[in-house]
Design a protein around this ligand. Structure first.
Ligand SMILES: NC(=O)c1ccc[n+]([C@@H]2O[C@H](COP(=O)([O-])OP(=O)(O)OC[C@H]3O[C@@H](n4cnc5c(N)ncnc54)[C@H](OP(=O)(O)O)[C@@H]3O)[C@@H](O)[C@H]2O)c1
Length: 213
């Protein structure tokens, strides 16, 4: 049994949870307002799911998915995620999250800042350039012609490999961008954002992305 600790239960977190329980994962899901506010979602997800606090979800997970607004970065629990792979679905929108000058200037990436916040974890970018609804509807079996691909990036090969395996189970091929410093290529404002492409086409689109937008 593999348990995924999910921090954030909104559009993306709930969809990742739905697909994960369908695939046989156990999920422990959390939000900012408390587990009692997730009763309906957990009832829908069934016996493989329970709600918890973010720290409890982080502790319960063999790995974690962090899927919250970027502005909440500082509240991600550090110690319970130590040594674990953390998949960051987050995107930075200054209108929502407030200005971060290093991101505006293209000097770093939002996921690199998540990695800085979680220095003992292995952060990988994932599920950040697909519309939430399509996580459960757009996947197809391996080898399907024109199968949709999604990008990942990490400073740790084992984290990129985990995302690649999870993408495959969810029904997607992977384009590995390399380190987190390259993860901007798949962020909002760039041409790969929420575009349905196979791996070859997505690789080309990511390669052509402008650094600042
Ligand atoms: N929506 C998409 O299609 C999409 C696609 C790709 C990437 N993304 C990115 O993925 C991230 C999540 O997006 P979303 O659309 O799922 O957002 P959302 O629907 O607004 O949900 C955000 C979730 O995060 C929780 N949260 C906020 N602050 C928290 C904290 N400090 N600790 C624990 N949980 C906290 C919220 O809980 P409460 O409700 O209790 O506050 C809520 O469950 C964002 O960075 C977004 O830019 C979104």
């Amino acid at each position: 049994m593999t348990t995924i600790g999910i921090i954030g239960a909104g559009h993306i977190g709930s969809q990742v949870a739905r697909k994960a329980v369908e695939l046989g994962y156990d999920v422990v899901i959390s939000n900012s307002r408390g587990p009692e506010t997730l009763a309906a979602l957990v009832a829908e997800l069934g016996p493989r799911a329970r709600a918890a606090t973010p720290a409890e979800a982080a502790a319960a997970g063999d790995f974690a998915v962090v899927t919250i607004p970027f502005r909440s970065l500082g509240s991600i629990p550090v110690e319970p995620l130590a040594g674990k792979i953390v998949i960051d679905t987050g995107n930075y929108y200054w209108k929502r999250d407030g200005h971060v000058s290093a991101l505006d200037a293209g000097e770093t990436t939002s996921s690199a800042l998540v990695q800085e916040h979680l220095p003992t974890s292995k952060v990988a970018k994932g599920f950040n350039h697909i519309r939430y609804s399509e996580i459960t509807t757009d996947g197809t079996p391996p080898g399907t012609p024109n199968r949709r691909a999604l990008a990942t990036a990490s400073d740790y090969a084992e984290a990129s490999e985990l995302v690649t395996k999870l993408y495959d189970e969810f029904g997607f091929d992977t384009v590995d961008l390399g380190p987190l410093s390259e993860s901007w290529r798949a962020e909002p404002g760039r041409p790969a954002n929420v575009v349905r492409q196979n791996a070859a086409d997505l690789s080309e689109t990511l390669a052509k992305a402008p650094r600042t937008v």
